[in-house]
Design a protein around this ligand. Sequence first.
Ligand SMILES: CC(C)(COP(=O)(O)OP(=O)(O)OC[C@H]1O[C@@H](n2cnc3c(N)ncnc32)[C@H](O)[C@@H]1OP(=O)(O)O)[C@@H](O)C(=O)NCCC(=O)NCCS
Length: 173
Amino acid sequence: MPHPIPVSAAFSIRLATPADAPELACLRYEFRTTLDVPTEPADVFLARCTSWMSDRLRPAAAWRCWVAETPTALIGAVWLHFLEKIPNPVSEPEGHGYITNVYVRPDHRGSGVGGRLIAAALAECDRRALHSVILWPTPRSRTLYERHGFGVPRTLLERPPVGELHGHARSAV
Ligand SMILES: CC(C)(COP(=O)(O)OP(=O)(O)OC[C@H]1O[C@@H](n2cnc3c(N)ncnc32)[C@H](O)[C@@H]1OP(=O)(O)O)[C@@H](O)C(=O)NCCC(=O)NCCS
């Protein structure tokens, strides 16, 4: 499980590799279990998530992940999924980006780590000339995304999860 890291440690950003999957799975568990009660034993989840991530971190996969790290541990990450569009005979871009699982460990928040991770993912979106980039913010993180150019959709329609249609709130992050 994640261990304490000095708050003042310097950090750097890099692309994740399959070798990062076990630590990234721990970050995912930490993130999600601060928002809700787990319904799956930690060891079962970590094995399942490590396998899933390891597969998606291969260079040929439709996912990329950037990590923020100190010399001793990962302190945050962002994931980007490339959504394919159907080939287009006109000059319209052929892909969208979906940013998800943006997470910085609590002791390292508020000093620009999250912003640097988002910037890394958006640089790749720009490099690939993706059409648009979507994400589901939490209320608290909206300002972070707004500072990076995100706004309320002008053209997108979202069908909410079925539970919400029946009055039960669910998060999408
Ligand atoms: C969102 C998050 C990655 C930002 O990381 P960070 O390193 O603190 O980011 P930065 O220092 O670059 O930017 C600070 C911004 O983060 C957001 N933020 C700060 N604390 C936050 C929190 N507890 N939860 C969510 N967002 C937060 C705010 O938008 C803040 O901007 P503000 O100063 O205008 O309020 C980090 O707070 C986090 O991991 N939160 C919990 C997980 C989460 O909510 N992820 C977003 C899901 S879409």
